[in-house]
Design a protein around this ligand. Structure first.
Ligand code: AMP
Length: 478
């Protein structure tokens, strides 16, 4: 088995790795670090959870430790699709570069330009940025990209989803031709293939096998039920959800509830709080500092239930959770595997429950087809109520009250809901820095999304493969 000491990393980096508690490199690290240290381009096909962040940060730190940054000319650039991922990469740099003198700046929305400008002016070795914010800085004339020696593209397939490929192509044109490129993507959609063919030079290709099924450690179940009335669907689903949570008792100590729509993330979270649960929402319309605070509380076990959208939760390094609840069946089957892969990590067992109503059935079928397994049906823990004349809506919902026109109205709102549900990934664009004008452009989105849903590509996102569980740093996992 490869050891970190076989990889030619600098002694200071090796020391930091030891202090992080890692025993041996993961496959993506063992594969990517040697060519990266030799100065070769790397194409890493791996998802979050495989240790891919260290596979580019460790060689970068080793290489950048020689030499110094000049004012306004960063020496390396890491591009990430979202603020959270950028912040996570920055944290990784802090961990692995703790014994080395390197400076870094994080260019993400929600942070003042002034502060970021000051850092850049001083000169940074590592610039970690979202594409839009980087270009905004560049266009303000405060940043020169001609000193970039190493450029990393992280989560390229998510960049594609979010319509950032034109920005990425532009940035490739602004950095020196001689730079080294380390490129990571969970999947190789045709558009990603095109980018790598255009901008990478004879890359070392390292592919980490992705799992097409959920871990065996996860007990799955689904409550399939027909709401007593259409306009009571939300209320009844929340009731089912609460009953499922309550039935799990104390064993449900850290749970994520996934909703397809941001509006439901808010409603479900509010409703749970109203019923005495320790829950908080996370989605892209929330203030950045609020999102960070919520995530920290969840990581520190101060928050028991995180109610999330796929976009907000994807790619985040969240320790093993005991339970995943799908308030809605995800409209893209692969998201089901991402979601439930949040639990049952690091050799622990986990439970994943899905609530399915008739409108979700086709998505549910797609999930079962993808995982090639029937998800056991559970009895509805709540007795379906007979249709009532008077609708008793909870205050925390914005669903329509009974109305004589509800039939025609609900048809159109259903149609709208389907559209919103199907286009959930499109909202990712808004989940990026809202104050970044560039990041809010949506002119290219349709074109970029073209490749993503290619049938040949199944994104396994952030599922944690078994091998990493063997050496998972327990201090972080606990
Ligand atoms: P990543 O795929 O980069 O998001 O990493 C997922 C998690 O694995 C992070 O919590 C890392 O700290 C952890 N990790 C990375 N490399 C190793 C390793 N060699 N051994 C154990 N844990 C690791």
């Amino acid at each position: 088995m490869t050891k970190f000491s076989d990889l030619n990393l600098s002694p200071k980096v090796l020391k930091a790795i030891e202090e992080a508690g890692y025993e041996s490199p993961t496959p993506i690290q063992a594969g990517a670090i040697p060519p990266a240290l030799e100065g070769k381009d790397v194409l890493g096909i791996a998802q979050t959870g495989t240790g891919k962040t260290a596979s580019f940060t460790l060689p970068m730190i080793t290489k950048l430790a020689r030499g110094r940054a000049r004012a306004r000319m960063p020496r390396s650039l890491v591009l990430c699709p979202t603020r959270e991922l950028a912040a996570q990469v920055a944290e990784n740099f802090d961990t692995y570069a703790k014994n080395v003198k390197l400076t870094k700046a994080l260019l993400i929305g929600g942070v003042s330009f002034k502060e970021q400008d000051q850092l850049i002016d001083k000169g940074v070795d590592v610039l970690i940025a979202t594409p839009g914010r980087l270009l905004d800085h560049f266009e303000r004339g405060k940043l020169l990209l001609t000193g970039i020696e190493i450029m990393v593209i992280d989560e390229a397939d998510r960049m594609l989803d979010m319509g950032f490929i034109p920005d990425i192509e532009r940035i490739f044109g602004l950095v020196p031709f001689t730079r080294q490129t380390l490129f990571f993507s969970a999947t190789m959609a045709p558009e990603i293939e095109r980018i790598t063919n255009t901008f990478l030079s004879a890359p070392a290709r390292i592919e980490v096998a992705r799992q097409a099924t959920a871990s065996e450690n996860i007990t799955q179940g689904a409550v399939v039920f027909k709401p007593s009335r259409k306009d009571r669907e939300g209320t009844e689903k929340r009731k089912v959800l609460r009953a499922l949570i309550d039935a799990e008792g104390d064993s449900c100590d850290r749970a994520i509830i996934f909703c397809n729509r941001k509006v439901d993330v808010d409603i479900v979270s509010k409703s749970l709080k109203k019923y005495g649960h320790n829950a908080a929402p996370i989605h892209g319309d929330l203030d950045q500092s609020q999102r960070m605070k919520t995530l920290d509380a969840f990581r520190d076990s101060e928050l028991r239930i995180l109610v999330a959208s796929d976009v907000a939760a994807r790619g985040l390094d969240i320790p093993a959770v005991s339970h995943v609840f799908n308030f809605d069946v995800p409209s893209h089957a692969e998201d089901y595997v991402h979601r439930i892969g949040r639990t049952g990590r690091a050799g622990r067992s986990g439970k994943a429950f899905t609530i399915c109503t008739p409108r979700d059935e086709k998505y549910f079928d797609a999930v079962e087809k993808l995982i090639q397994k029937e998800i056991p049906r559970l009895d509805n823990p709540v007795k379906t109520e007979a249709p009532a004349e008077k609708v008793e809506e909870t205050k925390d919902t914005n669903e329509p009250r009974k109305s004589s026109r509800s039939r025609s109205r609900s048809k159109s709102s259903d149609d709208k809901r389907q559209v919103e549900t199907r286009s959930e990934p499109r909202t990712e664009k808004r989940e990026e820095p809202r104050r970044d004008t560039r990041d809010n452009r949506n002119d290219t989105r349709g074109k970029d999304r073209g490749g993503r849903r290619d049938n040949n590509v199944v994104g396994m996102g952030d599922h944690l493969p078994d091998f990493i569980a063997l050496s998972f740093d327990e201090r972080r996992a606990s």
